[in-house]
Structures are given as structure tokens and as C-alpha cells.
Design a binder for this molecule. Structure first.
Ligand SMILES: *[C@@H]1O[C@H](CO)[C@@H](O)[C@H](O)[C@H]1NC(C)=O
Ligand SMILES: *[C@@H]1O[C@H](CO)[C@@H](O)[C@H](O)[C@H]1NC(C)=O
Ligand SMILES: *[C@@H]1O[C@H](CO)[C@@H](O)[C@H](O)[C@H]1NC(C)=O
Ligand SMILES: *[C@@H]1O[C@H](CO)[C@@H](O)[C@H](O)[C@H]1NC(C)=O
Length: 235
């Protein structure tokens, strides 16, 4: 082996551990996996805040929280994420608002289509509190909205006309007080000519939700629980 070549091999071997050590150091630096605050919320493990200077992932993407001003937002791979209202680390639960639905209110400047069912925007570690109620938002054509309206009145089904939509192409009707159905079969609630979007809501302590207060229901959010880390199998 020529001398210069041997020197290069030597250099390579010498540098490798140094490079690895450098990478390891970077993993810890610039990651806020230890407790840090956003607004008045304590964001700590399993949640984590990215460090924009580093521009790297510091934990499971399902638990990534971005701090916008003083508002913590749980990120979603589909559209706008979830505004976090509170977190209980002891109960492994948090209350969130589906941000994409807030943007359907008049005056919002960033409506993002398509509009998803809230459940599909959530990562798999999260479960919607089974005690939740559902707010059903129907996106109907004009004709379908009129027909649905007429039939709901005759069947005494509560249906409310909303001012929601992206621009004015959407005639949104809301229905609430339906128990939340994790299987997603809302068979009795389909309206012909309307697309349905299901948003979980908390409702009142009496287990009721009135669709007339659809904005308040969305603003109040709903509860989620998350799975804890899997315990190591006993040896
Ligand atoms: C945030 O919560 C973590 C975990 O419960 C705790 O260790 C830490 O002291 C808290 N930090 C603040 C600033 O409250
Ligand atoms: C409502 O439905 C129309 C027709 O399918 C669609 O163009 C529009 O984007 C929908 N609006 C929302 C907010 O989903
Ligand atoms: C939302 O969920 C309901 C009930 O499972 C379903 O009928 C509807 O098609 C879904 N909407 C979208 C946009 O996926
Ligand atoms: C919902 O609230 C509206 C407005 O306050 C009221 O007129 C309606 O009767 C309520 N519906 C139910 C089912 O309580």
C-alpha cells in the first residue's frame, strides 16, 4: 500500500469515532424533550418542541408540538393540527381543539381543503374519549340542504344552519348530541347529497350538546388519551 494511501486509511479510522460522537451530541443539543413551557402549559415527555435552528426531529412525530406565539399546537400530518388547551400527564390525557374546523368560521383567512373527519387527523397513540359526543357537520348542495332541512323538521331531528364554510360554496348544517362512535358507523345520520364531517365534542355534564352552539362546542374541544410507553417484557 502506498504511504499516502495508508495515511488516508488511518485518517478515516481516526475520524469515524469523532464523527459519531459529534452526531450523538447533536441529538441531545437543540432538542427540547425535557420539560419546557409554551404559554402556560408544560410541554414534556412524550411531547416535544422542535428546535427550528436544528431543523431535525427530536421524538415521535405523533407527539410533536409547535409553539405558535403562546399557543401549543399538536401537529397532524393531515392539514392543520390541534390547539392544546390542557394536558394531564398523570392521567395521560389532554384537551384539544381541531384547528382546521376553526378555520371554517367566517372571517378566517386560511381555510384549508379538504376538511377531514377529526379522528383521521390523529396519530395512532391517541384515543378520543369514548364518553365524547359528536357534532356532525354536513356539507350539502343547496338542493340537498333544503330537502334535509324539510325532512329533519318533519322527523323532529335537530338540525341547525351554520355560517361555516370555505368561501360560500358550502351549506353546512350541524347536528349534535350523537354519542361518539369510534367505529365510525353513523348509519342513521347520513343525509342524501351531503358530505358528513364528524367532530368530537364534550357536551354538557348532562351528556347533551345543542347544535345551535356549534361554535362553542368546537371551541371547547374534546378529550384525548394517549398510550403509555410499552413496558419491557419481564426477563
Ligand atoms: C413539567 O412536567 C414535568 C413532568 O411532569 C416535571 O418534571 C417538570 O418539573 C414540569 N416543569 C414545570 C416548569 O412545571
Ligand atoms: C363542500 O362540497 C363541495 C362540493 O363537493 C366542495 O367543493 C367543497 O370544497 C366542500 N367544502 C368543504 C368545506 O369541505
Ligand atoms: C367522516 O366519517 C363519516 C362517518 O364514518 C363518513 O360517513 C364520512 O364519509 C367521513 N367523511 C370524510 C370526508 O371522510
Ligand atoms: C338548542 O338551543 C336553542 C337556542 O337556545 C333552542 O331554541 C333549542 O330548543 C335547543 N335545543 C334543544 C334540543 O335543547
Amino acid at each position: 500500500m502506498p504511504r499516502s494511501c495508508r495515511f488516508l486509511v488511518f485518517l478515516g479510522v481516526w475520524w469515524l469515532p469523532l464523527m459519531l460522537a459529534g452526531a450523538e451530541e447533536q441529538q441531545d443539543k437543540g432538542c427540547s424533550r425535557s420539560a419546557s413551557n409554551c404559554g402556560n402549559l408544560n410541554i414534556s415527555d412524550p411531547f416535544w418542541l422542535p428546535d427550528w435552528n436544528v431543523g431535525r426531529s427530536c421524538g415521535p412525530s405523533d407527539f410533536e408540538v409547535t409553539c405558535f406565539g403562546n399557543a401549543p399546537v399538536l401537529q397532524s400530518s393531515l392539514g392543520i393540527g390541534f390547539k392544546i388547551i390542557d394536558i394531564s400527564y398523570g392521567e395521560r390525557s389532554l384537551r384539544v381543539v381541531d384547528g382546521g374546523k376553526l378555520d371554517l368560521f367566517p372571517g378566517s383567512e386560511r381555510c384549508r381543503l379538504p376538511v377531514w373527519n377529526t379522528s383521521v387527523k390523529l396519530g395512532h397513540p391517541f384515543t378520543i374519549d369514548p364518553g365524547s359526543l359528536s357534532l356532525i357537520l354536513y356539507n350539502c348542495t343547496d338542493g340537498a340542504a333544503a330537502a334535509a332541512w324539510a325532512s329533519a323538521t318533519s322527523r323532529d331531528r335537530e338540525l341547525v344552519q351554520t355560517t361555516m364554510g370555505c368561501g360560500d360554496e358550502m351549506k353546512v348544517l350541524a347536528s349534535a348530541g350523537v354519542p361518539y362512535d369510534a367505529t365510525g358507523s353513523y348509519a342513521g345520520y347520513a343525509l342524501e347529497g351531503c358530505d358528513a364531517i364528524i367532530v368530537p365534542v364534550m357536551g354538557s355534564s348532562a351528556g347533551k350538546a345543542n347544535a345551535s352552539y356549534y361554535k362553542q362546542l368546537i371551541d371547547d374541544g374534546f378529550r384525548l388519551t394517549w398510550e403509555g410507553p410499552t413496558l419491557p417484557a419481564p426477563a
